[in-house]
Write a protein that binds this ligand. Structure first.
Ligand code: DGJ
Length: 362
C-alpha cells in the first residue's frame, strides 16, 4: 500500500507543477483511461469506472472503462464496461458523449447499476440526460437500459407553492446574468421550463446511504443548481422525491461522503476544463438543509483544487476517505491526470484535504 500512495502522491505533485509526464499506468503499462470516475468496492476488490477519453477531441469513441485492484495502486484493465453502440440509432451510438460514470451494487436484485451523464450525438451538451445500464457482474459488460431526464412532471419537494405557480414571461429572461434573471433562476425558472420533459442532468454522482437508499446528485438547471433525487429500491429509476440545493450556485462535479451522521459534499465551480476554487457543503440529512463552508484544501494551489476537479470520494473502512479529482488536459483528454488525496478532519471536525507529495493510510 505504501508504494501505491507514494506513487499517487508523486503523480499528484507532478500534475500540480505541470512538469508532466509521470502518468498512472495499469499493470500492463498502459495509461489508465478512466476519467470523471468513481469506485465500486465489491467482493474484496475495487473497481474503477471512468470515461475512456480519446487522444483528440471530446466525443466518446470507446465507452465506460473499468479497472480492478486489490490495493488501490495496481490496476488491471478489465475492459470496456459499457461500449458505445455500433447501431446508429442507439442513444449511446458513436458520436454520443458519456461522462462521470458511477456504479452501485443493489443487494436486493444482485445487479450492478451504472449511471452516467449522456449527451446525444451532434447535440453538444444540450440534451443533458442521464444514462443507466445494468450488469450481473461488477466489471460488466453492462446492458444499456435507457436514458432519461429526471422526474418529468414532478416539482422538487423544496420548491414553494408560489414558485410552483409562477407563470414566467420568457421574453423577459432571454438575457442571462441580469439581477432579474438570477432571481428567476433561484425561483425555479428552469425547473418550470423543464418540468414536462424532466430536469436536466449533467455532472453527476451516486450515493448509497447506510439504510440502502440511493441518490443521484447532479448539476441541473443549465448547471446553475444542484439537485438530489432518490432512486427506487432497485436503483434503476426515480421515486419522484428530489430537492434543489443552492439555486443559482453554479456547482459541477459533485462528490459526496458521509462521516458519522454528517453528509459532506465537495463540488467545483463551472469553468469548463479549467480548474477553479472548490466548494464544500454539509448537511445532517440528505434532504438538507445544506450549509456551505470554505473549501477544504490546504497547500500550494489549494485555491484551484491543486489543478483538479472533484469526481468522487471513496469511503474506506475505519472512517478513511480518499478524495479523487481529474486534472483535465483538454488538448488530449486521454492524458488527463488524477489526484487522489486522503481526507482528514481538523479539531472542529471539518474535512481537510492537505497537499501531500506522498502519503499512505495510517
Ligand atoms: C466540466 C465538467 O465537469 C466535465 O465533466 C465536462 O463536462 C466538461 N465541463 C466539458 O466542458
Amino acid at each position: 500500500m505504501e508504494r501505491v500512495l507514494v506513487l499517487l502522491g508523486l503523480f499528484v505533485l507532478l500534475a500540480m507543477v505541470g512538469k508532466a509526464q509521470s502518468d498512472w499506468k495499469d499493470v500492463n503499462g498502459e495509461y489508465i483511461n478512466a476519467h470523471g470516475g468513481g469506485i465500486l468496492a465489491y467482493g474484496g476488490k475495487y473497481y474503477w469506472f471512468g470515461e475512456h477519453r480519446p487522444a483528440k477531441g471530446f466525443i466518446t469513441e470507446v465507452g465506460v472503462n473499468c479497472y480492478s485492484s486489490t490495493d488501490l495502486c495496481n490496476w488491471k484493465h478489465e475492459g470496456v464496461a459499457l461500449p458505445v453502440s455500433p447501431e446508429a440509432e442507439s442513444e449511446i451510438g458513436k458520436g454520443c458523449i458519456m461522462e462521470r460514470p458511477k456504479v452501485i451494487y443493489n443487494k436486493k436484485t444482485g445487479k450492478f447499476v451504472l449511471w452516467f451523464h449522456l449527451e446525444l450525438k451532434d447535440r453538444g451538451y444540450e440534451a443533458a440526460r442521464v444514462g443507466m445500464a445494468v450488469s450481473d457482474t461488477p466489471a460488466g459488460p453492462y446492458r444499456f437500459v435507457r436514458s432519461m431526464r429526471v422526474n418529468p412532471g414532478i416539482f422538487p419537494m423544496n420548491m414553494s407553492q408560489p414558485d410552483r405557480n409562477m407563470q414566467w414571461d420568457w421574453d423577459k429572461y432571454k438575457e442571462w446574468w441580469t439581477p432579474e434573471w438570477r432571481k428567476a433562476v433561484e425561483e425555479g425558472l428552469f425547473v418550470q421550463r423543464d418540468l414536462k420533459d424532466g430536469q436536466m442532468s449533467r455532472d453527476m454522482t451516486l450515493f448509497v446511504d447506510d439504510d440502502g437508499k440511493a441518490y443521484h446528485i447532479y448539476s441541473s438547471e443549465e448547471n446553475l443548481t444542484l439537485q438530489i433525487a432518490e432512486l427506487t429500491d432497485d436503483y434503476q429509476g426515480y421515486t419522484g422525491k428530489y430537492i434543489r440545493i443552492f439555486p443559482g450556485g453554479h456547482n459541477e462535479a459533485p462528490a459526496i461522503f458521509k462521516h458519522g451522521n454528517i453528509y459532506w459534499m465537495i463540488t467545483s465551480g463551472c469553468t469548463g476544463w479549467a480548474p477553479n476554487e472548490a466548494r464544500m457543503f454539509s448537511a445532517s440529512s440528505i434532504w438538507g438543509p445544506w450549509t456551505q463552508h470554505p473549501h477544504p484544501f490546504i497547500g500550494p494551489g489549494a485555491e484551484k483544487t491543486f489543478g483538479g476537479q472533484s469526481t468522487y470520494v471513496l469511503s474506506l473502512p475505519e472512517n478513511k476517505y480518499i478524495f479523487m479529482a481529474d486534472v483535465w488536459k483538454p488538448d488530449s483528454l486521454m492524458y488527463s491526470r488524477y489526484i487522489w488525496l486522503p481526507i482528514e478532519f481538523d479539531k472542529a471536525g471539518m474535512p481537510v484535504i492537505e497537499w501531500k507529495n506522498s502519503w499512505k493510510p495510517k
